[in-house]
Design a protein around this ligand. Structure first.
Ligand SMILES: [Ca+2]
Length: 185
């Protein structure tokens, strides 16, 4: 893949409402929930690809206390989020995950994005190892915009997150995917 020829669109992303979703974990950044990514109201716009919404929400205190559901992503699943806009103002994202499978399971988190010529690319952003996720745990901030060919304000790409466990032993639950729009207030 060559970033040098993959020009992004010249359009800024719309502003989104934010909360300090991870403040109880000592992260005071502002975040926007990725569409439907608390899995409490179905999976509209998601391509589940073998995943399913199950009972049992993340035990990391991010959402409402009434939350009761999460996304189960079995080993062979490949799940795509709804499309969202990524600009330079979206440096990172975080999510909450739990390994429900074997001890050596790996969950690959990728971004699928379309450049200005309509070419679809896929870039691996993070690799969660089950060692750190035997129980529900939040990921560190994972780089998003810096993994894409975005250099200046006003540039954006249309993106989808891809949840793709390794095929052997990977069996995961995912919840509460939040994008950081880097707003200071
Ligand atoms: Ca949930």
């Amino acid at each position: 893949m060559s970033f040098a020829v993959a020009a992004p669109a010249q359009a800024a992303c719309p502003t989104t409402a934010t909360t300090k979703a991870f403040s109880r974990l000592g992260d005071s950044a502002n975040y926007t929930l990725l569409s439907g990514a608390n899995f409490e109201t179905g999976a509209s716009g998601w391509s589940l690809g073998g995943a399913s919404i199950v009972s049992g929400t993340s035990s990391v205190p991010l959402g409402a206390t009434s939350d009761a559901k999460s996304l189960r992503v079995p080993a062979k699943a490949r799940t795509l989020s709804p499309k969202f806009c990524v600009g330079v103002e979206h440096p990172t994202f975080r999510l909450v995950a739990r390994s429900a499978g074997r001890t050596w399971a790996t969950l690959l988190v990728k971004v699928r994005w379309t450049d200005a010529r309509g070419v679809v690319n896929e870039t691996t952003l993070g690799s969660l190892n089950s060692n750190g996720y035997a129980s529900w745990a939040a990921t560190p901030p994972i780089a998003l915009a810096t993994a894409l060919p975005l250099w200046q304000s006003g540039q954006s790409v249309t993106a989808q997150l891809v949840l793709d466990p390794e095929d052997y032993g990977g069996d995961w639950q995912v919840d509460d995917i939040y994008i950081d729009p880097f707003r200071r207030t």
